[in-house]
Design a protein around this ligand. Structure first.
Ligand code: HEM
Length: 218
């Protein structure tokens, strides 16, 4: 079994992941550079202050397009079941490398599903809507006015800024954990992105139910 490889992601899944990741990373880092004066140097690294400020919302638009494609291609494996609740309750076993004490997972575990719903699903919607409100405040306020009487352009921009920042904190925290788990935290996982395949040992150890489904289908 040592060299048996199992297909985990299609070429389309990997392309969509690449587009989502590249646009998110640019928007995330330039967002940090814009928001925190001590981090302005990041904008220089990202192509220059003015350029990075201009590109930030466009990177956000690209993220929304890829995020939408990611929702379409990944959502079928992201619905929660009762085992996911038990998995979340026992998450400490995952963090201490005792996955065998947790309910067996299908293609994705409950943590990965939460990452998908918060950063990809809600991230795509919330970053886009709040970003557009800050980018085109007058047009946005005109659209919102009939629904929320009394909300002026200033209130709207303030609300959009707070919503954008809260989403940034939530998505950013999950993103840092995601990078760690996809690389150093779980050796062998990055191969799913690089080649589309993972070893049978990896699949059996981390996603046993999915592994058995794949073996049955083979
Ligand atoms: C830029 C650095 C990134 C690295 C190194 C990375 C790494 C990975 C890896 C190795 C996988 C496969 C996991 C598996 O098959 O079990 C994966 C899956 C995934 N990635 Fe990323 N990723 C990155 C950025 C992103 C970003 C920015 C997003 C979305 C905003 C994202 C969303 C996802 C989702 C939804 C999955 C499937 C579920 C999951 O594994 O959490 N990734 N990523």
């Amino acid at each position: 079994m040592a060299n048996v490889m199992i297909t985990r992601l299609t070429a389309f899944d990997r392309l969509v992941h690449l587009g989502t990741a590249a646009s998110f990373v640019y928007a995330f880092l330039s967002g940090i550079g814009i928001a925190f004066p001590k981090m302005h140097w990041l904008l220089t690294v990202l192509g220059g202050g003015e350029f990075a400020r201009w590109l930030h919302p466009w990177a956000g638009v690209v993220f929304s397009v890829f995020g939408f494609l990611m929702i379409l291609s990944y959502v079928k494996d992201m619905f929660f079941d009762t085992d996911d609740i038990k998995w979340m309750v026992g998450i400490v076993h995952y963090m201490t490398n005792h996955e065998e004490k947790l309910p067996e997972t299908r293609k994705y575990n409950a943590g990965q599903k939460m990452y998908f719903w918060i950063t990809v699903f809600w991230g795509t919607i919330i970053f886009l809507v709040s970003g557009l409100a800050m980018w085109f405040p007058d047009a946005f306020a005109a659209q919102v006015a009939p629904w929320v009487p009394g909300m002026g352009v200033r209130d709207l921009v303030l609300l959009a800024t707070v919503v954008h920042e809260v989403m940034f904190i939530a998505a950013g925290a999950f993103f840092i954990v995601h990078i760690y788990m996809g690389t150093l935290g779980m050796p062998g996982t990055l191969s799913a992105l690089a080649t589309g395949k993972v070893t049978a040992e990896w699949a059996k150890a981390h996603h046993p139910k999915w592994y058995r489904e794949m073996v049955r289908k083979a």
